[in-house]
Write a protein that binds this ligand. Sequence first.
Ligand code: FAD
Length: 389
Amino acid sequence: MSRTNYDAIVIGAGSAGLAIAYYLTLEGLQVLVLDSEASPGQGQNKAAIGGVRATHSDGAKITLCLQSLEFYSTFEEKTGIDLGWVPGGYSFPVYREEEEKILKGILPTQKKNGLVIDWYGPERIKELIPGINENGLRGGTFSPGDGQVSPLKYAAALWKESKDRGCEYHFKEPVTRLVVKQGRIHGVKTGKGVYHSDIVVNAAGSYAKEIGAMAGIEIPVVPDCHEAGISAPMERFFDPLVVDIRPGPEGKTKNFYFGQNDRGQVIFCYTPLVPILGTNRENTSEFMTVIARRMIDLIPRLKNMLIRRVWRGLYPMTPDGIIILDRVREVKGFYLAVGMCGQGFMLGPGVGLNMANFILRGKPVIPQEIWNSISFYRDYYAGRKEALK
Ligand SMILES: Cc1cc2nc3c(=O)[nH]c(=O)nc-3n(C[C@H](O)[C@H](O)[C@H](O)COP(=O)(O)OP(=O)(O)OC[C@H]3O[C@@H](n4cnc5c(N)ncnc54)[C@H](O)[C@@H]3O)c2cc1C
């Protein structure tokens, strides 16, 4: 008979859950990971374009992503496994005073939290992004330690590394109920049976709210739909991921961002001006026309780019755009690693490291005051907002 008792159960083999399972397994725990999909990273993890930056305005996001960057930039050296790491940094080119003020305004917070970043004049930005439209270019920021990774390679690597150390994965097995008695969690139920553990982690991404409801907990995470695309490979001509935070002239988009991956493909995405809430993932007819115009305006030579495919995925959004990592006070043993927003992939390894420490030792690796700021019990409407979400 197969095993039913575990030291910890993680719901979701995605950007966050895989890293949590990996770190708990490294600590010697017997871990079970359950996922509705057929293999690791098939939820929103694979929808990500693979950008990994610590360039945020929120101290918690900066600190967690710096830990992820340390993980991503050294993983191949330590394990021999290629993650598609491209250490090209991130650049935010600027054309208007408004965006210059925003980016310069958050530089002190970014530097205080340990991010290597600076403002550069137009000449440096032109070197970093050859062919960028020079008309009105005021300069921009560049953070050389940021980079890109392949989300699918990341998922496969963490799955393999944790599985080789004894972590169990059950795919195509959604959690349908949580076993909660007298304010304590005892395990989970699926269509195939009951699994017991005193530690259960909700890392169900865009479905975190539904898992919380199984324990009578209201989790403020909603799916917010974003579309992306990828080109055919071409000769590498720029290294950084590029983010343009101007609103689009067409009145439909906020920022848009893109980078050239380890195969030379340009991978791109935009943020709709009005959030598209819900789980509909059908492609829209307007995405390519809108983003093509924005990209060609910024880098005219991209007009020759061949598009391979487009897709839509979900950001698991919180009201303030900031992650939730915590334990549920009302249900002992029930933990939350949810609300990754548009940065779950870049947050993933930092989330795993800190959640494993918090679960095992009652404290995170990052400073306690930063940890407190990402509590489930914070005021989401206090006015704090991530400026670069
Ligand atoms: C177009 C686009 C571009 C993006 N680009 C980036 C980027 O460049 N960098 C970045 O960091 N992030 C990016 N993101 C965001 C990133 O994809 C998400 O933040 C991240 O994947 C969320 O991680 P997660 O672990 O919370 O969720 P997921 O990766 O979705 O994992 C949750 C898992 O839980 C499983 N699950 C759900 N319900 C159940 C259940 N009842 N039982 C068992 N399993 C369940 C799901 O199947 C899923 O596998 C992008 C997102 C989109 C849509």
